[in-house]
Design a protein around this ligand. Structure first.
Ligand code: GUN
Length: 307
């Protein structure tokens, strides 16, 4: 109740962070790097995405990755395998891609069908081509603070915060969601020593006893739960920066496709309390693709120049 009064009274109207514009900036930087790479080597850096099955959201994400990689000048390929593909065959394809000198980056889209062990497949990707940053070697490097590949969504969130000049050093950052693609690696990334991190990070999850109590202390709140609109205005400290990494499909008969995308944050009410907020869509999502491209260019440069 106290929180609801807070946001109704508040005069703050949040700045809406334009993730598409930031992503475009990154994609332009990457395209220049790719052009230089082609100039030096006479061939394009290669990124291959493996998609198994017919999960509709995954198919949309993978199409986006393929299109963006080709626009940036990569040799961007998708290997689309049927749902019933045996685990051994997916493993064999990963081994083949590891050995292919024209492929510098490999991403196996998650989730995989139930009969395939995601950890087994992720661990089979060469750490040097693991542009998803999900191989245990790269996750270990992230933990150790040494240079490896960092998962794209956490990198993209950090880039948004840097571009928006959000002071992270000493800030209270609260992350909701401990998933291995976003929340957990992001908690490590933002708590590292360094000018673009150095935050005091609280990682909340389904076991957190009083979520609102934790979120109300956040200077920067990052939602990565995958539950539509669960972060409400009464959970926000006035003036906080809100990053919404959730994307859920919510039934919407008024839309031609029958659904709309929703973030984890109740955007309308929270934007009256926050100082800045990312929308869904158009916030974190575009950065995920852009940072994948950045990682892929880095993989290609490291493979060919050792940088
Ligand atoms: N599925 C949803 N996001 C991702 C991602 O960043 N990487 C992979 N491999 N799968 C995903």
């Amino acid at each position: 109740m106290r929180g609801i009064q807070l946001w109704r009274r508040s005069e703050i109207t949040a700045q809406i962070i334009d993730g598409k514009a930031i992503a475009q900036k990154v994609r332009t930087e990457v395209a220049v790097g790719v052009s230089n790479f082609v100039g030096s080597h006479g061939f394009a850096p290669g990124l291959t995405v493996v998609l198994v099955g017919d999960d509709a959201p995954s198919a949309v994400y993978v199409r986006g990755k393929e299109k963006a990689s080709q626009e940036a000048g990569f040799n961007g390929q998708v290997i689309h395998l049927p749902e019933i593909t045996p685990e051994s065959e997916v493993l064999a394809i990963v081994h083949h891609l590891n050995a292919d000198g024209t492929v510098h980056g490999i991403l196996v889209q998650l989730p995989l069908p139930d009969h395939i062990d995601s950890d087994l497949i992720t661990s089979a990707i060469s750490p040097d081509k693991d542009v998803d940053g999900m191989h245990p070697t790269n996750l270990g490097k992230l933990l150790a603070g040494s240079p490896g590949f960092i998962p794209a969504t956490p990198l993209g969130i950090q880039r948004i915060l840097v571009e928006e000049k959000v002071k992270l050093s000493g800030a209270q950052v609260v992350i909701c969601g401990r998933g291995s693609l976003v929340g957990r690696p992001l908690s490590i990334l933002l708590s590292q020593r360094g000018p673009e991190a150095n935050a005091t990070v609280t990682l909340c999850h389904t076991g957190t006893r009083n979520l609102a109590c934790a979120t109300r202390g956040a200077d920067v709140l990052i939602a990565a739960m995958g539950q539509a609109q669960v972060i409400t205005a009464d959970m926000i400290k006035p003036g906080a920066v809100i990053i919404d990494a959730g994307t859920s499909r919510v039934n919407d008969p008024t839309r031609k496709r029958g659904y709309r995308l929703s973030g984890d944050v109740a955007f309308e009410e929270v934007s009256q309390v926050a100082s800045a907020i990312t929308p869904v869509p158009g916030g974190v999502g575009p950065l995920t693709i852009a940072m994948l491209l950045q990682n892929s260019l880095r993989a290609a440069n490291r493979a060919t120049l050792g940088v």
